[in-house]
Design a binder for this molecule. Sequence first.
Ligand code: GLN
Ligand code: ZN
Length: 762
Amino acid sequence: MASHIVGYPRMGPKRELKFALESFWDGKSSAEDLEKVATDLRASIWKQMADAGIKYIPSNTFSYYDQVLDTTATLGAVPERYSWTGGEIGLSTYFSMARGNATVPAMEMTKWFDTNYHFIVPELGPNTKFSYSSHKAVNEYKEAKALGVDTVPVLVGPVSYLLLSKPAKGVEKSFPLLSLLSSILPVYKEVIAELKAAGATWIQFDEPTLVLDLDSHQLAAFSAAYTELESALSGLNVLVETYFADIPSESYKTLTSLNSVTAYGFDLIRGTKTLDLVKSAGFPSGKYFFAGVVDGRNIWADDLAASLSTLEALEALVGKDKLVVSTSCSLMHTAVDLVNETKLDAEIKSWLAFAAQKVVEVNALAKALAGQKDEAYFAANAAAQASRRSSPRVTNEEVQKAAAALKGSDHRRATNVSARLDAQQKKLNLPVLPTTTIGSFPQTVELRRVRREYKAKKISEEEYISAIKEEISKVVKIQEELDIDVLVHGEPERNDMVEYFGEQLSGFAFTANGWVQSYGSRCVKPPIIYGDVSRPNPMTVFWSKTAQSMTSRPMKGMLTGPVTILNWSFVRNDQPRFETCYQIALAIKKEVEDLEAGGIQVIQIDEAALREGLPLRKAEHAFYLDWAVHSFRITNSGVQDTTQIHTHMCYSNFNDIIHSIINMDADVITIENSRSDEKLLSVFREGVKYGAGIGPGVYDIHSPRIPSTEEIADRINKMLAVLDTNILWVNPDCGLKTRKYGEVKPALTNMVSAAKLIRTQL
Ligand code: GLN
Ligand code: ZN
């Protein structure tokens, strides 16, 4: 019985690649230094998989930046603005596309399906010339072979590549990208021929778009592509890998009828219906079934006994020698190696498996299926599963009961939003077009030092509190001087909007090195939610009250919402996501109520990541939005009419979920709107009724550029053309954490002047 790994993290167990990349970009090390780090990382990954006994080991899943950008390089599809003149694409052109350079901006980056990874979006058009311009796939195959490891080279499949691309600048939005299929396939053929010549016997095409809602035209492209490649592929075993969801039955039919394809990979973790589909629709005889039973997107140790029985059921359907044990998707979406976790206690550690451990699990399952079960390994796993199920650290009866009571019920403030806004205005007495900010103020080196030293117990609690108080008072003074209407405390005590809360809630654990690549060299370290969530003590009340005591203006309490905490964490796999979300909602609700009791009249509950959690397929959107929005409402359904609830979201493309956003029933929403007023406002222009307060960001905080008063006034006027005067708020489009005071002060000065200017014109 064989084993396979879809892909592996690139960063290294201690983010070696990140540091090598950043040092190279800063000009502190050479290309050779960078290449050496990369070569060593690849070698150790291949060796690790080979030592574990994995049969089908992937190559070309390493990347200096992103696998889709690597494909763009392979195809020579470099946008004109990078002035590339042909030949093998080198690091400088490659990194210019990824990050921009002094004269040209980077290519756009967007989320890779529903993960937190971001890829570089190909820009294509009728004039794009394709030519084989990066031999990376072949080079990596040969590199592994020289080390004695025969790998399966992995390519982003041609159809997914086109479906994930966008029309280049100046090309009609309606340009049919799939029409480029016949132009890119010749390059794929060249790559395939070279791989064959180098000795490859297998090849893997990642076609994750197959799990999306595709129309018949898009599906036909798969048939066309793999038919066209048939002769090039002959003699090779060809694996088409899908992941992140079930594959719809129509797509399954198309896929399994492809002649040139000899193996199919399915995600059996997120694809909970695949097994039934195989049962009812059948599986082509003589082909391989790569069963993704080990979760590539989470950090839990696999329940090996359960996986084994799934695999046995599959074996009966697809044939004994045709079943291959695999991961649900690339392991790049989970943490790298548990060995480096020295701070997690032994019990929690026994419940976890990071990429390195998952490789071992995959192989153990394959061996067990082949009749060589490692009894001791399986017994230890079963014991860990049992301890996780029965641990009092996981289960909190009271929380379970409270959360269960929420299901099927509704929570909504009793009074409607316009009446609430009137009641709030009587107390707050704000001018029209009130000004505010999103929460954080610049995080200086000094501030980070104070937090670090406090955590390391190098400074006392008193010293820490007085340093943070001083920072808050500075931020309060600045805002008063700027004449901002609703103030924030600046979040100096937080290094991250989820971690800060996770650290104070029970049921959360934190890793030292559990990094996951987000984009390029950027990694995130999601908290692990392992148990029922509760809030033993108030989390923000002390700081908010302290801040409020420094000013007579309203001070916003500042919380992260349940959906965002959920979506930016590794979540439990032993209960549905919505249950965990409801638990977090109850914890945040307590905080909201304590803030209110503490005299805080305006409370912002950020749901920066609400949209990110949208399932890949439309049929599942309604269910998700329903519990996500419900969770948000739970947090504040108990407050008085006079308490003003704000929320903030980090994206402007919300037109498709506008009704859910209205259904959140917040009093005021501030949203990112930096790049286009048009997109956001069009939804209101089309007649959507919006009665709550709304602050579409009036300038882009992602850029150091300081917007002028006129420019901001102009944007406010555009918004006023669509939105009622009495609901519009004036604010930047996100937190100011990453900016410098030298940028923030003049930008906010101009923002307030613009609001004042327009107030005089009303
Ligand atoms: N309140 C947070 C801040 O200002 C919100 C951050 C976010 O939306 N990503 O930093
Ligand atoms: Zn934001």
